[in-house]
Design a protein around this ligand. Structure first.
Ligand code: HEC
Length: 691
């Protein structure tokens, strides 16, 4: 008797799962924003029309919440009647989405647990919501589900061990009841990158997809590994690897595919990584896998045999666009390498690619083969000296997302023109990138460099419909709405709305800090809201921030969650940025050798990642040129070696020799001496904004 009953029950449960599962994933409620890019298509597009070009001038602040300093660059998510944010190292907050009332907080305790600067050098890029749960992935490798009513953990698991040289800061996605997470670390060691899917209800691992091959002495585990192995050549195992998917995942319910955006190789120099050459799959590739099994379906590689920190980890927009007059479901990506790719979403077939930024590494993508036609001499191994590389490792587009509007058919891309100098490392080289087999000046002083744009890209004609130059070189993530508006923050503190059709600026709001995080839109009881976190941090706020040096982006600026609505009339307290004054150090006499050693140590000991290139603090951490601690050797040691500010996000470096510490301090005193002349040239607001 039991058996038939049970199967009836299972049948009913199965049906229920089917309905809530697939339809919920395919059709997110119009007023919700449950995933980083809203739904699996990663369009960063809201179908709401309450805020439109016709009434946007009445858009005002509805409510705000003051945040702590540090990393505040993630997109909020909204599910049901609540808005959720993550800041710093997985500090989660839940708000009443209409009133802004704080409901609960959950701090994942990363700073307590973290064992290396690796776990603290990047802040969280986002979280996900599904079925009354909030999902987070901590930099130290934990994946956690919280009850959205209480903030209490429902389950937690690990995607990697604390001791591994991996870190996870991208937004987890939840597609059809599966939590998809990835991680980074391919700039540091030849690890074997992977993407993992967990059951959102239980935390049980469903599948894991490896993005580079494993031990060649054992049989290949699956079809994907066979494909990969054929493209790694020579004595590579243990020396080469990478391929971490640290940012982007998309999903199409109809095709039942999850798309993985795979990153660069380690070491960058292919002669060291895979001495016999080869494409080195799946580095710098988009890979489509079966959503249920994680089995390989198709791939497309944007940089075969990559060796320039080329990644395909930028967001992948799924949409149906007219190709040769017929509607076709495509995947659109603007990866670091400066080409805008349109691929068939079902098969991966190459449709088209054109340059959307300044590019020197390749002339074009061959339409027949789908492979790049590289410019001669771009592979540095046999070439003496340094030469220009466009885009540099910052990329023509990084993780701050593009948006797509089905109404205009345009993709709105935050674009950078930042060039680098690159060359093979001489055999006796030391320094930041020498271990990678190359010399790379990532953010070089080059004419025409350190520029940024918002480009409205027509994926059919492969041309910009309009383009706007932005201040600084770290352009914010983009939101598009069915009100024909495009929202984007700027490094000079403005949140700006443009007419999606023409690029005309139709609204702006001055915040007290840079705005780089992608805004989102949601509704409660038919009222539409726009929500964004302010404050700089992460990549553009630490390393590679020199192009923003003309703007105040620093750690001292107040960070907030700002939520706007039509007729909103809330006001934040008046704020005057504290002056930037270096500590008084009249007796300092710089010693050239110690300055050089200190500058090198500042880079190789990861200080540069948070405190900025040339020690110009971009907002991830204090600007040390203005810190009294650089004149106080005891305090400096307590902070840097003993980790007295660890719980504020400053990692301890217990193995740093005191002589090296003193070199760093010496270098910082020189930078403090140079600072007044540098800040005299700062412009705020930038010329030409009309504000
Ligand atoms: C993971 C990011 C990160 C890294 C890497 C990092 N710092 Fe920090 N550092 C911070 C943060 C965040 C603070 C501010 C903590 C606070 O709010 O008190 C800080 C504070 C400091 C301070 C105190 C500044 C002041 O005025 O109070 C000094 C000095 C300092 N760091 C030096 C260094 C040096 C030297 C290195 C490299 C060995 C380094 N830091 C690496 C994030 C970092």
């Amino acid at each position: 008797m039991l058996k038939p009953r049970l199967s009836v029950l299972l049948f009913i449960l199965g049906l229920a799962c089917c309905c809530t599962g697939t339809t919920a994933a395919a059709q997110v409620a119009a007023g919700d924003w449950p995933n980083f890019g809203r739904d699996g298509s990663e369009q960063h597009y809201s179908p709401l029309t309450g805020i439109a070009v016709s009434n946007v001038e009445k858009l005002g602040l509805a409510w705000y919440f003051d945040l702590e300093p540090g990393f505040t660059v993630s997109a909020p998510v909204k599910g049901g009647d609540k808005l959720f944010t993550t800041t710093g190292h997985s500090h989660i907050r839940a708000f009443d989405a209409a009133s802004g009332k704080l409901l609960w907080e959950f701090n994942a305790g990363v700073r307590d647990i973290a064992q290396s600067p690796l776990h603290m050098s990047w802040g969280n890029k986002g979280i996900a919501w599904w079925n009354d749960r909030v999902f987070l992935a901590t930099t130290d490798g934990r994946v956690i589900a919280l009850d959205d009513k209480t903030g209490q953990p429902l389950w937690h698991t690990r995607q990697f061990e604390l001791s591994e040289l991996r870190n996870s800061n991208g937004a987890p996605r939840v597609f059809d009841g599966k939590v998809i997470v990835g991680h980074g670390g391919a700039d540091i060691s030849p690890l074997r990158g992977y993407v993992t899917a967990y059951d959102a209800l239980t935390g049980k691992q469903l599948w894991r997809f490896y993005s580079v091959p494993g031990d060649p002495s054992v049989p290949a585990a699956n079809e994907a590994e066979k494909i990969m192995r054929a493209t790694w050549k020579g004595d590579w195992y243990g020396k080469g690897g990478g391929g971490t998917a640290w940012n982007a995942f998309s999903y199409d319910a109809e095709l039942n595919l999850v798309y993985l955006g795979i990153g660069n190789g380690f070491p960058y120099n292919q002669q060291l990584r895979s001495p016999g050459g080869g494409d080195n799959l799946f580095l710098a590739s988009v890979v489509a896998v079966n959503a249920d099994t994680g089995d390989y379906v198709w791939h497309y590689q944007v940089c075969p045999g990559e060796q320039w920190d080329c990644t395909a980890s930028q967001d992948m927009t799924i949409a149906t666009v007219p190709i040769d007059g017929k509607p076709r479901k495509v995947l659109m990506q603007a990866p670091k390498n400066g080409f805008f790719y349109v691929l068939d979403a079902a098969t991966g077939e190459f449709i088209s690619a054109e340059k959307f930024a300044r590019v020197s590494w390749a002339e074009r993508i061959d339409a027949k083969t789908g492979r790049p036609v590289e410019n001669p001499g771009i592979r540095y191994q046999d070439k003496p000296g340094l030469f220009e590389l466009w885009p540099g490792p910052q990329g023509a587009h990084s993780w701050l997302p593009q948006a797509y509007s089905e109404r205009t058919g345009l993709v709105y891309i935050p674009v950078m023109d930042v060039g680098a100098l690159i060359g093979a490392a001489p055999p006796d080289a030391t320094g930041f990138t020498a271990g990678m087999g190359l010399t790379l000046i990532a953010d070089a002083e080059l004419p025409g460099s350190r520029r940024s744009f918002l480009k409205a890209w027509d994926p059919v004609s492969q041309r910009a419909a309009w383009s706007i130059e932005l201040p600084g070189d770290w352009p914010g993530g983009v939101l598009a709405t069915a009100g024909d508006l495009v929202f984007q923050g700027r490094i000079d503190g403005y949140l700006v709305a443009y007419d999606a059709r023409s690029g005309e600026q139709v609204w702006s709001y001055k915040t007290d800090a840079p705005v780089v995080a992608p805004p989102i839109s949601y509704s409660i009881k038919d009222k539409q809201y726009i929500s964004v976190l302010t404050g700089n941090g992460s990549q553009g706020g630490g390393i590679l921030a020199t192009g923003n040096a003309a703007y105040r982006t620093d750690y001292q600026l107040p960070r907030r969650l700002l939520t706007f609505a039509i007729g909103g009339a809330a006001e934040v307290p008046a704020f005057a940025p504290p002056p930037l004054v270096p500590p008084d150090d009249p007796d300092f006499a710089p010693d050239e050798e110690r300055v050089q050693a200190g500058a090198m140590a500042f880079a190789t000991n990861a200080c540069i990642v948070c405190h900025g290139t040339n020690a110009i603090g971009g907002g991830s951490a204090p600007d040390l040129r203005f810190s009294p601690a650089i004149l106080n050797p005891d305090l400096f040691k307590a902070v840097v070696i003993d980790g007295s500010y660890k719980m504020q996000g400053m990692p301890a470096s217990p193995t740093l020799p005191e002589s090296v510490l003193e070199d760093i301090r010496h270098y910082l005193r020189l930078r403090a001496m140079q600072a007044p002349a540098e800040i005299a040239t700062m412009s705020q607001p930038p010329p030409g904004t009309g504000e």
